[in-house]
Design a protein around this ligand. Structure first.
Ligand code: PLP
Ligand code: SF4
Length: 447
């Protein structure tokens, strides 16, 4: 009863009068139906078709109409975030797919070429598929990953799409239909079995895709079992989502928006912390009125919103963008959490920023905001041994080095260990770095 009452109260605080907006989405086949694209040249539209044959493409009407500034296209950051660009494929890959499209290859041959190109794009960085899938009673538990002692990732199968797709997504391989590349659970009973056997797990992170594409009814079926006393060791439920950007209507005008907020209240009434891990790349995502209503309604449930997202060329490789993003987040009651380094997969070469430059951008952005907004860690790499933060460039005994820190480690004993790499202006990932001081290996490579 209590939850129902407060759900009504939230409803009143941030009342919505607009009629529910219908969710309309475009995929690669419907590129031609997007009116705004007519302002682009024939060549640009063809280039998009080429790239969208290889990498996932999906964008909805709200993003097109309210987030993209069409007078600034193609440089517009949200256009770059959602629409395929020629540079996202290596020239050689691009040419081969372009020729196949022009020559109208038969489906079987075309698909084989596309599969080959996808395979060359490192679809599973950091050994995602093999390394982190746990076993229970000698059987693989599908749809969960357990890499760091205290946190289990859960991938419900109906949450493996998003309201739009990001062009830089490191999970892109899941979206292009290769069944053997997917990792998802049909229901949460195996997750529950696993959690029963692992009392050291304090956090469950529900992720995707975007779990908030699910109807509240389905999400409830996944989460409600975790509220039982036997799962008291699970203290925090996190939900990774970009719905606050791509479809804020989910929290405001969708038919089951109020039910979703009621579910979030129930989780907290059961004594757990509910953390919404919101993916943001640019302050523009926080501007529309409905996006702000969604944030206000979520916060009124008592959920905490934390923000994270990668640093990306063409989208946000500018300290001013990050400073304004963090400052706006703070004003809206969101806690900046992580700045990530773009992973080694998909269109990475288009978006990548060298580690040294990433740190400079982070530092300059941090310098522009007060301590309240300096809660974002970063830039951080989610690499095979663990999450590695670039702490800075410094000089030790005359040697210029990168100072690094293991924020999360495959081995819990590695957590918070500082370490050093030789200064390298070009390096864009951990595996490009060499240990400093003439050492042969990094500490985590010893065993
Ligand atoms: C980042 C991450 C987590 C959570 O780490 P926190 O530092 O607790 O936020 C858990 N599992 C994986 C695989 C991760 O990449
Ligand atoms: S919202 Fe997240 S999972 Fe979905 S496409 Fe973007 S980065 Fe990938």
């Amino acid at each position: 009863m209590k939850t129902l009452d407060s759900a009504v109260a939230i409803h009143e605080i941030t009342q919505h009068t607009a009629t529910p907006e219908r969710f309309r989405v475009y995929t690669a086949r419907q590129l031609d139906q997007i009116p705004q694209l007519r302002q682009l040249s024939e060549q640009q539209r063809f280039d998009m078709r080429v790239v969208a044959s290889v990498l996932p493409f999906r964008v909805n009407q709200y993003v097109i109409d309210q987030l993209i500034d069409w007078s600034a296209v193609p440089e517009d950051p949200i256009f770059q975030l959602t629409f395929p660009q020629r540079g996202m494929l290596a020239p050689e890959h691009f040419e081969r797919v372009a020729r196949a499209l022009r020559e109208e290859w038969p489906a079987a041959e075309f698909n084989a070429l596309v599969a080959e190109v996808r395979h060359a794009l490192n679809p599973h960085p950091a050994g995602q598929l093999e390394h982190n899938i746990p076993q229970l009673d000698g059987e693989r538990v599908e749809g969960i990953q357990h890499k760091y002692r205290e946190t289990v990732l859960f991938f419900p199968s109906s949450g493996q799409v998003c309201h739009s797709y990001c062009t830089f997504c490191f999970r892109w391989a899941q979206f292009v239909g290769d069944k053997d590349l997917r990792i998802a659970a049909r229901e949460s009973s195996r997750l529950c079995d696993y959690l029963r056997a692992h009392p050291q797990v304090t956090d469950v992170l529900v992720t995707g895709g975007d779990p908030l594409v699910m109807k509240t009814r389905n999400l409830r079926a996944c989460l409600e079992p975790l509220l039982a006393p036997e799962f008291d060791h699970v203290r925090t439920i996190r939900i990774g989502t970009k719905a606050l950007t791509f479809w804020p209507q989910r929290f405001v005008t969708d038919e089951d928006a109020d039910d979703l907020l009621a579910l979030f209240e129930e989780i907290q009434a059961a004594g757990k912390h509910l953390a919404i891990m919101a993916h943001y790349n640019h302050w523009r995502e926080l501007e529309p009125t409905i996006a702000r209503q969604a944030i206000a309604r979520l916060r009124a449930t008592g959920a905490q919103i934390r923000a994270q997202g990668p640093l990306l060329a063409h989208i946000n490789d500018d300290p001013a963008v990050w400073a304004r993003l963090w400052q706006t987040q703070v004003e809206l009651g969101i806690i900046p959490y992580y700045m990530f380094v773009e992973r080694d997969t998909g269109a990475r070469h288009y978006f990548e920023v060298p580690l040294v430059r990433a740190w400079e951008i982070y530092r300059e952005a941090i310098q522009r905001v007060s301590g309240i907004a300096r809660t974002a860690r970063g830039p951080s790499m989610s690499s095979d041994p663990g999450k590695v933060e670039i702490q800075g460039v410094t000089e030790i005994n005359g040697e210029k080095v990168l100072a690094l820190r293991m924020i999360q480690g495959r081995n819990p004993d590695w957590v918070q260990r500082p370490f050093f790499a030789r200064y390298d202006e070009q390096a864009t990932w951990l595996n490009h770095l060499q240990p400093a001081f003439g050492e042969e290996r990094f500490f985590f490579e010893q065993d």
